[in-house]
Write a protein that binds this ligand. Structure first.
Ligand SMILES: NC(=O)c1ccc[n+]([C@@H]2O[C@H](COP(=O)([O-])OP(=O)(O)OC[C@H]3O[C@@H](n4cnc5c(N)ncnc54)[C@H](OP(=O)(O)O)[C@@H]3O)[C@@H](O)[C@H]2O)c1
Length: 302
């Protein structure tokens, strides 16, 4: 029986990946409060225990599993276990686990780029692949993939991260069409900046890099990321939108969350590339031109 045209959750099961902090923790707790049977994933039992305690502090219960989405074996084993925990598999998946990778395109190594893509892209798709057979058997389900405003506004010194989220957006839009006939509804959530550990981690990436090119852009970006993280709201608005995408009768294909993302994405779409480049140079402090060559004594004499 197809079971997707319902509001609310009726105790349905949902997996939230990366539920140990930021948007994932806020989502797991919110969904538990709304009556969902939440299974939050953590990378260690200690972090899972902290999540359970945080929920308990609000009088809520949720279940946890230890999962590394970058590890195919871990994904397979854990999703099989979840199938047993939920008598046939989850009704919904929130692919929230993600990592940043700040640094210029040339400063990010193959190894770092591979890890980023494993977590932000392949990991999310792996979880979808493992959850879909159960959704098909049941005749319906929901998938929410957490992308980023930077998936549509490529940002210098965040090029690899933007690329990973751009790819996640593209594949999510294909998945939605491919699985619609099975009653599976797929949504993309594009948050702007929200105060979580993510921006701190991006600053750490910049601190740990010895730039091959311009250093001023790194200094400016460090200051910018830190200032943004201090001014933006916490992750609850994103959690609220994810809950809406999971329970709406007709979920939207895409939800953009946050004033910055809602303003910058259309602006970027309308702005010619030459102007967009100039704005990015101005904001990041990355120089547009090579420094003038020092004047030599010969030139002065001539
Ligand atoms: N915060 C923002 O401004 C913002 C904006 C746009 C999009 N997003 C997206 O929102 C999502 C959540 O990020 P956040 O801001 O809440 O950051 P966060 O607080 O750093 O949370 C990221 C979560 O992903 C988990 N994770 C990392 N690598 C993993 C792996 N290999 N396997 C399983 N879980 C893993 C982390 O676990 P550990 O605690 O073990 O590291 C953590 O629970 C990400 O996809 C991010 O790209 C965030």
């Amino acid at each position: 029986m197809t079971d997707t045209s319902v509001d609310g959750c009726g105790g349905r099961s949902v997996v939230v990946t990366g539920a140990t902090g930021g948007i994932g923790a806020a989502t797991a707790v919110r969904l538990a409060g709304l009556g969902w049977d939440v299974i939050g994933t953590a990378r260690s039992q200690a972090k899972a225990d902290v999540l359970v305690a945080a929920a308990a502090g609000e009088g809520l219960t949720l279940r946890t599993v230890v999962l590394d989405v970058a590890d195919p074996v871990s994904c397979q084993e854990v999703m099989a276990r979840i199938e047993e925990m939920t008598s046939g598999g989850v009704w919904a998946v929130v692919n929230n686990a993600g990592v940043p990778q700040a640094g210029s395109v040339e400063d990010v190594s193959d190894e770092q780029a591979r890890h980023l893509l494993e977590v932000n892209l392949l990991g999310a798709m792996r979880i979808c692949r493992l959850a879909l057979p159960g959704m098909r058997r049941r005749g319906g389900g929901r998938i929410v993939n957490v992308s980023s405003g930077l998936g549509r506004v490529p940002w210098p010194l965040g090029g690899w991260y933007s690329a990973s989220k751009h790819a996640l957006s593209a594949i999510t839009h294909c998945l939605r069409v491919e699985t619609a006939h099975a009653g599976v509804r797929v949504s993309l959530v594009e948050p702007g900046a929200f105060a979580t550990a993510m921006l701190d981690r991006a600053v750490t990436d910049l601190n740990n890099t010895d730039p091959a090119g311009d250093r001023a852009g790194y200094d400016r970006s460090r200051t910018l990321f830190t200032a943004v993280n201090q001014r933006v709201p916490g992750p609850e608005p994103v959690a609220k939108v994810i809950a809406t995408a999971l329970s709406a009768r007709r979920p939207k294909a895409r939800y953009t969350v946050g004033l910055d993302a809602r303003f910058l994405i259309p602006l970027h779409t309308m702005t010619p590339l030459w102007l967009s480049d100039r704005i990015k140079h101005a904001v990041t402090g990355l120089p547009r031109t090579a420094p003038a060559a020092p004047t030599t004594a010969v030139e002065v004499a001539a």
